[in-house]
Design a protein around this ligand. Structure first.
Ligand code: SAH
Length: 363
């Protein structure tokens, strides 16, 4: 990724050291050389794998969840189904295959895919070719472009890819961590900026954090959670956010790069590894709440999937399968629910309208 390397250095030369958020955004969605724009990093032969890529049960259960909520709000036709960052389209392909078992629901679906990368859009288009919808799916760059109306929104491993800023406590207070490049093509490295007004982003309760503490703040994620909360409160429907991170806001540097399923130094050969940071679910919940919506969770992904009937669904698939396929179904379900795999690090949050009852799985 010599091109991205050169572009980042050019930015640093002319604008000064980059915030962690600017670096993350460039690495992931640089218009030409980003991880998601230049190639497809998802899957066994890529950098990382996601729940819907592991098992069809994930997308099928998300569909069942959406269908219950759609009926609960009076089965509006049309209903917007919005997926943020659909990756290769695996979740939505599984969703649309099972939604067909309820003709009324399937007919009402108007699909909006929020996707920055043309490469990933092409991959999504291929996955959804067989979907047979009344209206073809629409793509847009940001959630703000999705039209108004009752909606069911899904975001699996999307928020972790939205950029975070990092601040570090020093003897002179919080200072932003930034990324600089050594002269003559030398290595990228973290530096601390001079104290600035940006530290107003940091919660007051952290004013006495220990020296050396690092905090992550994501204006991009909070803004989006607020926009989602506002839409759901105003038009009805629900949003399901599944991602990895802690329930409580805390301190710590969680920025990680992953290349071919192994950790990779964050600042080394940018663009050759996926990069993400833990989601602060408490911050998302607060933003959606303040925008007028009701929030349930976070709960562990394992609890969410088990309560929706993941085991039963897997048993049904196994009943009609060859021994090899049965073993595969069993293994992939274990990956989604086992605490040592994705079961507890991954969490689910539901955003619904004020006064709405707890959605399935969150009772
Ligand atoms: N939800 C999918 C893929 C997760 S990877 C799955 O579970 O398999 C993140 C996805 O979000 C990719 O499709 C990526 O291209 C997209 N993406 C990342 N940053 C984005 C941004 N800022 N705006 C829009 N899409 C983005």
């Amino acid at each position: 990724m010599a091109d991205l390397d050169r572009d980042l250095r050019r930015l640093i030369t002319h604008h000064g050291p980059l915030s962690v958020a600017e670096y993350m955004a460039a690495v992931l969605v640089h218009p030409r050389f980003g991880v998601y724009t230049a190639r497809d990093p998802i899957g066994a032969d890529g950098d990382f794998i996601t729940a819907p890529e592991v098992s069809q049960v994930f997308g099928e259960l998300v569909c069942a969840w959406c269908r219950v909520l759609w009926r609960a709000i009076g089965a509006p036709d049309p209903i917007l189904v919005v997926e943020l960052g659909p990756g290769r389209g695996a979740l939505m392909a599984d969703f649309l295959r099972v939604s067909r078992t309820d003709a009324e629901f399937h007919r009402a679906l108007r699909l909006w895919l929020v996707e920055a990368s043309p490469t990933m859009r092409a991959s999504q288009r291929r996955s959804l070719r067989a979907a047979e919808m009344i209206a073809p799916p629409s793509w847009c760059d940001t959630f703000a472009q999705v039209p108004d109306g009752p909606l069911l929104l899904i975001a699996n491993e999307f928020f972790d890819a939205l950029p975070v800023r990092q601040f570090q406590m020093t003897v002179s207070g919080w200072r932003e961590r930034r990324i600089d490049a050594a002269a003559n093509g030398g290595e990228f490295r973290f530096v601390l900026s001079a104290p600035s007004g940006a530290t107003a982003l940091i919660p007051a309760r952290l004013a006495s954090a220990a020296e050396g503490s690092v905090i992550e703040v994501s204006p991009a994620r909070i803004t989006l959670a607020s926009q989602i909360g506002e839409r759901v409160a105003r038009f009805g429907g629900a949003a399901l956010i599944v991602d990895y991170g802690a329930c409580e806001s805390g301190t710590g540097d969680t920025l990680r790069a992953v290349r071919r399923h192994a950790f990779h130094p964050v600042l080394e050969e940018p663009g050759t590894a996926d990069i993400s940071a833990h989601v602060d679910f408490a911050a998302l919940a607060q933003a959606a709440n303040e925008a007028g919506a009701r929030v349930f969770g976070p709960i562990a992904q394992s609890a969410f999937l088990e309560r929706l009937g993941a085991e039963e669904r897997a048993r049904a698939l196994i009943a009609n399968a060859t021994p090899e396929v049965a073993a595969e179904v069993e293994n992939s379900l274990r990956r989604l629910v086992d605490p040592q795999a994705m079961g507890t690090l991954f969490k689910a949050v539901a955003i619904v309208a004020p006064g709405a009852p707890p959605p399935p799985g969150f009772e």
